[in-house]
Structures are given as C-alpha cells and as structure tokens.
Ligand binder design. Structure first.
Ligand code: NAP
Length: 293
C-alpha cells in the first residue's frame, strides 16, 4: 500500500534529502521539498519546491501531513560550537513548527550516531547512554528533544529520530567510506587502521529512503529514537576491499594498528519499525558501484 499523503522533505539540496525526495517521487507520492537555494534543475517535475532556509515562521504554503527533516549543520562546514548548537536547534524547531501547525501524522528526522560519543563498548545499542563528546552530537540530542516534544504536546502523531551512521551513495561525502572512495578514485595512497576490527557503522542512502517510504505507509505513533546500521559486521580490511571491488579499483593499502576501539552497532527499535538493513558487504559493494570511476 502506498499512501497519497502530502509529504514535505526539508533540505533537499543536501545529499540525503535529495535521495529521499527522488525515492518518494519515484514511488508516485505527493512530495514538496524545501531548500535555501533555487530548485535543482534535474528534480522530478512532480516535486513541489519552496525556497526556505528553515528560519522563522514557515511559509503558509508549506502544508504537509508528513514531514521528513534532513536539514542540519555538520562539522565539516560549521566549526564554532555555539553556531553548531544554535543552528541545529533552530533547524529542528523550524521543521517541528511545520509539523505541529499541520497536525502532521508523522515527523521523521535525521539524527546521528554522534549522540553516543565514543563509548567504551564493543557494541552500541539503543540503550547505550547518550554522552556526546562533540557539540555536533550534543546538537543532535537537543534536536531529538525538540522533535519529540511535538508528540508529547499532542500536535504530531508519531516522531522518529534515526541515529544515522555514515550514509553512503553517489553523492555522499564527509564520512569515512566516502573519503576512502574519493582517494581510491584519485589513485591516492590509502591507509587501513585496525584491519581485523569489526565494522558496520554505515548504511546505504537507498535503504534509508526505503525505510522512510515504509514508515509513511505504516506510521507509528509516539516518539522513537534508535540506531541504524548495516547488518553482518565484517573486518575493516574486508570492508574496504568491498568498496574497491565495487569501484573496480586496485587496493594496496598501508596497514596501520588500531588507534581506537572497534565498535559495532546493533539496530533494535528501527528494525521493529520496519528498517531492513542490507549486509555491510552488500552496502559497500553497492556504494563502490555508485562511485566507480
Ligand atoms: N551523511 C552522513 O554520513 C550522515 C551521518 C549521520 C547523520 N547524518 C544526518 O543526516 C542528515 C542529512 O545529512 P546529509 O549527508 O544530507 O548532509 P548535507 O548534504 O550536508 O545536507 C545538509 C542540508 O542541511 C542544509 N543546511 C545546513 N545548514 C543550514 C542552515 N544554517 N540553514 C538551512 N539549511 C541548512 C544544507 O543546505 P545547503 O544544501 O543549502 O547547503 C543541506 O541541504 C543531517 O541531519 C545529518 O546530520 C548524515
């Protein structure tokens, strides 16, 4: 079943926002997207576009039954701690405002594994304490509180905070596998730390988009926050070999000892809500194919 609900996606000029918009539009859903820049020329013509920087009162034209919030300052672009916190609180408040004004049935939000900081555990689960070690993680935790309070106030039916690991795809950037693929494509030297340590802190953007589509068709009530990661962790060296295999590139890495503990992620709550993870190998092979030179 595919619902005909009107869906709003924020920050559709960003990597994941665009992946989600393309997926939902491809399913024939009614999508309106926002960005602080002009409409991308190659956007599906069925998608509505509203220029909005998620600042202040949302334009009255932004009516939606479901809101998917992908807007965020990220550490690559915002270096000042106060600016990071202020921006991500403001962006979360703006998306929540749209959802609340529209009495949305569902508010789906992009949080981050950064809310956990660097816990001294072998496996992060939904119940691992959230103790961010960087202001980005702190800002995402603050955003989760703002998104979720819309449900507590009875203004929004259900709210999901996806605590995302490295999200991968054709246009992904600013995470470990994306940087690794860029180096491979350029023929630059690559290093692999802790080659035997288990790795699964990644997900393909297409799997997130499919999950968003599932949530829209099977909307949960209440507020939910949880981990997301690929299935079947594999040693780091095997993982980067899968990227190289997908890209069709030769891999000749410099092997380095571990500098930090290898920590995997178990997906719990999000699985019960319908997230279907691909294996790490399939995720990275697919990503490699996306990035084949
Ligand atoms: N990609 C990952 O590996 C990853 C991992 C964990 C969590 N996440 C989360 O997933 C979401 C999507 O990430 P992404 O990879 O798509 O990042 P991205 O490509 O950097 O997209 C972020 C979007 O937010 C918008 N934005 C940033 N600062 C803004 C501001 N001050 N006012 C208005 N809009 C602003 C950007 O607008 P412009 O396009 O105009 O710059 C962009 O569209 C974010 O919430 C991110 O924290 C991503």
């Amino acid at each position: 079943m595919t619902t005909s609900a009107r869906i709003l996606v924020t920050a559709a000029t960003g990597f994941l926002g665009r992946v989600i918009v393309d997926h939902l539009a491809g399913q024939g859903r009614a999508v309106v997207a926002t960005g602080r820049r002009a409409r991308p020329e190659d956007l599906d013509p069925s998608v509505g576009w509203v220029v909005w920087d998620c600042h202040g009162t949302p334009p009255a034209s932004l009516d939606a039954e479901i809101v998917v919030d992908c807007a965020s300052a990220i550490p690559t672009f915002v270096k000042r701690a106060d600016e990071m916190l202020e921006t991500n609180v403001r962006l979360a408040a703006a998306a929540t405002d749209v959802a609340s004004r529209n009495r949305a049935s569902l508010l789906i939000c992009c949080s981050s594994m950064a809310v956990y900081g660097r816990p001294e555990v072998d496996e992060i689960t939904d119940t691992t304490p959230t103790i961010p070690d960087q202001v980005y993680g702190l800002s995402k935790l603050a955003a989760e509180a703002i998104w979720g309070e819309s449900v507590d106030r009875g203004e929004v039916g259900g709210q999901i905070s996806m605590r995302l690991p490295a999200v991968l795809g054709r246009g992904s950037r600013h995470n470990f596998p994306s940087g690794f693929a860029e180096k491979l494509a350029a023929g630059a030297p690559v290093q692999v730390f802790n080659p035997d340590g288990l790795y699964n802190t990644c997900v393909h953007g297409a799997d997130i988009a499919a999950f968003v589509g599932h949530l829209i068709d099977h909307p949960p009530t209440g507020r939910h926050a949880g981990t997301i990661a690929a299935d079947q962790p594999m040693p780091m060296l095997r993982a980067v070999e899968a990227i190289a295999e997908g890209m069709g590139c030769r891999l000749d890495p410099e092997i380095k000892p571990a500098t930090m503990r290898a920590t995997t992620v178990a997906t719990g709550v999000m699985r019960t809500l319908g997230f279907t993870p691909s294996s790490v190998r399939d995720t990275l092979l697919r990503f490699g194919q996306d990035r084949a030179p």
